[in-house]
Design a protein around this ligand. Sequence first.
Ligand SMILES: *Cc1c(COP(=O)(O)O)cnc(C)c1O
Length: 393
Amino acid sequence: MNASFHPPARTLMGPGPSDVNPRILEALSRPTIGHLDPAFIQLMDEIKALLQYAFQTQNALTLPVSAPGSAGMEAVFVNLLERGDKAIVCVNGAFGGRMKENVERCGATAVIVAQEWGKAIDLNAVEDALKAHPDACMLAFVHAETSTGVRSDAQALAALAHRYDCLAVVDAVTSLGGIALEVDAWGIDAIYSGTQKCLSCIPGLSPVSFSERAVARIRGRQQRVQSWFLDMNLIMDYWGGSSRRSYHHTAPINPLYALHEALLCLREEGLENAWQRHANHHNALAAGLHAMGLPLIVDAGHRLPQLNAVGVPDGIDEAAVRAALLQQYDLEIGAGLGTLAGKIWRIGLMGYACNRRNVLQCLSALEAVLIQQGMALPQGAAVAAANARYQQG
Ligand SMILES: *Cc1c(COP(=O)(O)O)cnc(C)c1O
C-alpha cells in the first residue's frame, strides 16, 4: 500500500505558488459543511465583501471562480466576447499571449499590440491601435507580467480604453495584494486574479470582478456564453442575493475557508501596508543582488517588487543553480519562460513569503551556490548589502 504524502518543507520564492501562511492552512482543515448551509452562505457574503476591499471596488459581481487563475482569465473573455467581436490585446510576455489565445477561441479577432519581453506596455502603441480599430470593444492587458517581472501602467491603460469606448480588461493574478491596484478609481471593467501569488493562499481559486458596464454587456449578449460552467449569468444566481441563491456547482468549501482567512490577513495588515512591505523587501533583495553583480533585467520604473527577473551570469548553468538551491536549501526559485528561458531566474517575494528572513536566506543560499559554480564573489557581501538597505528603513 502507498504511504501518505508528506511534502518536503520548502521555501517558495518562485513565480507562484508562494508560501502559504500556516494560519490559512489551519483554516483549510476545518470541518466541511454543506454549500447551501446558512453558515456557509454567510461566509460567501463575507468573502465577497473582503474581495471588494482587496480589489478596491463596489462592484456587485465580485466573487472567486472555483478554479485557478487561468479559469478567471477564461471567465472574463467568454462572458464579455461574442463571435465576430474585436479586442485589442497587449502582449509583453507569456500571459498576454494567453489572453490572445482566449480571445481567438471565443471566435473574436485579437489585434495585438506587441512589446518586447521585459518592457512595459507602450501607451502610444496602444493608442495607435485604438485609433486604427474603432470597432474594438475591449482593451486587455496584464498588470503584473509574471513571466518577465514587468508592471504596466494599469491606470493609464484603463483610461485609454475608456477614451476609445472599450472595456478595460486586466490580468491581476500577480498584482493583487502586491502592488497598488484600484479597480473603481482606475475604471477597470473586468479583472481576474489568483489566490496563490500575493494572497498566499492555496492555488485553485480565481477572484474576479465585473463593473456595471461589463455586467450590462453580459446580460445583453446575443449568443449564449459557450462555457456553461463559467457563464456569469448562471453564477450570478449562485453568488448573488441570498434570497435566490440556487445550486450551480458545489463550491470548493474548504478552499473558500482558506481564501476567507487570506483576505482577513490582508485586511488586518491593510492594503497600503502590504504594498509597502513588498516594496521594502524588494529593495533589500535588489541591493543584495546588486552586490553580487547580478542584474535585474527590468528598468527600475517598471519593476514588480513581488517578481524579480534576474539575469543569469555568463558561464553559469541556470538550471543547475535552481536544482542546487532546491536540494541544498529547500528553496524554490523560478526559471525564465519563452524568449527568456535559460537567461533569467525569477525570484518571487509574494505575500507571506515576502519577509526579511526569506530575503536574507535567498541571498546567502544563492551566493553559496554561485561560488560552488565557480563564480568569484566576495563572501557575505549580498547579505551585508541587504541588511544595510534594511537599516535605511
Ligand atoms: C499565475 C498566472 C496566471 C495563471 O494562474 P493559474 O492559477 O496558474 O491558472 C495568469 N496570469 C498571470 C499574470 C499569472 O502570473
